[in-house]
Design a protein around this ligand. Structure first.
Ligand SMILES: [Mn+2]
Length: 344
């Protein structure tokens, strides 16, 4: 019943449970041990930050980075896994403190652009073409600290530099409206795809929609996905959930908004997403209260919810729905949806 959907997650989704108010509560699990868990949990691909694939990359030469990434490729292949994407982690390094691509300091912008090239080298070694840009600190804590017009132009220049560095890579911009910054420069897929159209190769720039990020922007995740899908530009998703406007929660898929989750699966199914060959990525966090030996359940659970909702999408009484739509009886349609989701 998996359809042809294939699933991915990132090694950071199995984590030690630290939050801004308290230290870790679970022991670290080695990357090698995490890799062993992927297939068991029903996943086929690994999402990488550049330094997940090549730890301490800042201390290594470009040649050494490529070599270590090639070793990582062998390691994941030995578990029957592939890399879905690589994302440059610009937000932890001191040079990225005020954003990398949009930093006021030209030395920081130069660092960010170089780091993005090393990220592309790693993607090549891992045999994936997809680069994800979560633009974490590309924004402001106070509006007056940057010239936003200039910042948007720098961001586009950085995207163009990446496209020109490698003529095969694809870039998926992952919008998020805030956190860690007060306000981010690319808060929605509309912003991301407008930038894509202004790049030197628009067909190679698309988006990755994260459920929680769309909800934080006050938008419907399935419509955000639909916008990208309508242009053939949904390069990946980060399915998870979010309970209202607060910190980015990365709850298990469907845990807070089951009907919203149904609609996300529905829109992927309407677009025949598996035929694009893209993965369904999850980006979910285990609750801090979860004990170490069961701190992976959120991953299998999120995938299970996706597949249960896929079944609900595929068994939805479409003919009755069409009658409701023809009669413009949306109250009847609403009840049909609710009855179907609740089951009999
Ligand atoms: Mn998130």
């Amino acid at each position: 019943m998996a359809g042809d959907y294939r699933f991915s997650f990132g090694p950071w989704n199995i984590h030690e449970g630290a939050d801004p108010f308290g230290p870790t509560v679970r022991p670290s699990i080695s990357f090698a041990r995490k890799l062993k868990m992927y297939k068991k949990l029903g996943f086929d691909a690994v999402q990488f930050h550049d330094d997940d694939a090549v730890p301490d990359m800042e201390k290594l030469t470009p040649a050494k980075i490529r070599k270590e990434a090639a070793a990582m490729k062998k390691m994941i292949a030995s578990e029957g896994l592939v890399a879905e994407f690589v994302a440059p982690r610009l937000w932890e390094h001191p040079q990225g403190i005020d954003g990398g691509f949009t930093a006021n300091d030209p030395a920081c912008r130069k660092w960010a652009n170089e780091r993005a090239k090393r990220c592309i080298d790693i993607a090549n070694a891992l045999d994936t073409r997809l680069i994800v840009l979560w633009l974490a600190r590309e924004g402001t804590y106070i509006r007056e600290s940057k010239n936003a017009i200039e910042a948007y132009r720098w961001l586009l220049e950085s995207i163009n530099a990446m496209l020109e560095y490698d003529d095969k890579i694809e870039i998926a911009i992952e919008p998020k409206p805030n956190e860690p910054t007060d306000m981010a420069y690319v808060p929605t897929i509309g912003h991301a795809l407008a930038m894509a159209q202004h790049s030197v190769d628009p067909k190679r720039v698309g988006g990755l929609i994260e459920t929680a990020h769309a909800l934080l922007a006050g938008l419907d995740p399935s419509d955000e996905m639909a916008f990208a899908l309508s242009m053939g530009k949904l390069f990946s998703v980060h399915l998870n959930d979010q309970n209202g406007l607060k910190f980015d929660q990365d709850k298990s898929f469907g845990a807070a908004n089951l009907r919203g989750a149904f609609n996300q699966v529905r829109v992927l199914e309407l677009a025949d997403y598996p035929s694009t060959g893209r993965f369904v990525g999850l980006d979910v966090k285990a609750m801090r209260t979860q004990k170490a030996d069961v701190a992976h359940k959120h991953l299998a659970n999120s995938r299970a919810v996706f597949l249960r909702l896929l079944e609900k999408v595929r068994t939805f009484p479409n003919e009755i729905a069409q009658d409701c739509i023809a009669a413009r009886d949306y109250e009847a349609l609403e009840m049909l949806v609710l009855e179907h989701l609740m089951g009999s």
